[in-house]
Design a binder for this molecule. Structure first.
Ligand code: SF4
Ligand code: SF4
Length: 218
């Protein structure tokens, strides 16, 4: 009798979840790729090389990211800026910048190492290629355009959703000790790619309110 009642109890739980799922309230699947799940704020996706608001490249070709990379998948070469037409505010700029995405383990250490926040990671995660060569992202692919949008490896591909690039959230900044009260209101994050808009992190109260709003909407 004990086993039977436990079985019925278990079936009630399973049945309840099944009914709620069928009714659509607790669906956990999404129709990828038509529909994308919202990724965690600190999701480590493909890299991007940033610019300053005036269009200058942030990378100064110092190679610290390459030195920090445990997978040794970054190759950088710096070159002196032309004083009359500098590419970056420093003496040097990143002349060659490559990341071999087949080796990358998306640890984010390159982001941590970068002194100018030139290299950051987005929420973009679709990397499939048909040959190994295309998995090596060059500066041309990594450097954001002057509107602040991330370039796409294959813009002509009919499956590509270029709009996604404009909202590739998750501008992971090097030092973002989220949750430390002392950092509230200090510019730490940028929600979407763009060269200049570094809005402050929301306060804990704002986060709580947003979380409550999301829960009540859902
Ligand atoms: S995320 Fe990690 S493995 Fe990938 S390029 Fe950066 S440091 Fe290297
Ligand atoms: S991305 Fe940052 S760490 Fe890497 S070479 Fe450029 S400035 Fe240096």
């Amino acid at each position: 009798m004990g086993i039977l009642s436990e079985l019925i109890k278990g079936l009630r739980v399973t049945g309840g979840i099944m009914i709620r799922t069928i009714a659509g309230n607790e669906l956990v699947t999404t129709e990828y790729p038509k529909e994308m799940r919202v990724k965690p704020q600190r999701f480590h996706g493909r890299h991007v090389l940033n610019r300053y608001p005036d269009g200058m490249e942030k990378c100064i070709g110092c190679e610290l990211c390459a030195g920090a990379c445990p997978a040794q998948c970054i190759y950088v070469r710096g070159e002196d800026n032309d004083p009359d037409n500098p590419k970056s505010p420093g003496e040097r700029f990143g002349y060659v910048y490559e990341i071999n995405m087949l080796r990358c383990i998306f640890c984010g250490l390159c982001v941590e190492a970068c002194p100018t926040e030139a290299i950051t990671m987005t929420h973009l995660f679709e990397f499939s290629t048909t040959n190994r060569e295309d998995a090596i992202y060059t500066k041309e692919t990594l450097l954001m355009d002057r509107r602040g949008s991330v370039p796409h490896m294959f813009p002509d591909d009919e499956l590509v959703d270029l709009d996604e690039l404009d909202s590739a959230d998750g501008w992971v900044r090097a030092t973002a000790p989220s949750g430390v009260a002392a950092y509230q209101g200090i510019e730490m994050w940028q929600g979407t790619p763009g060269p200049g808009d570094w809005s402050p992190e929301p306060t804990q109260e704002e986060r709580d309110r947003l979380s409550r709003d999301r829960t009540s909407d859902g």
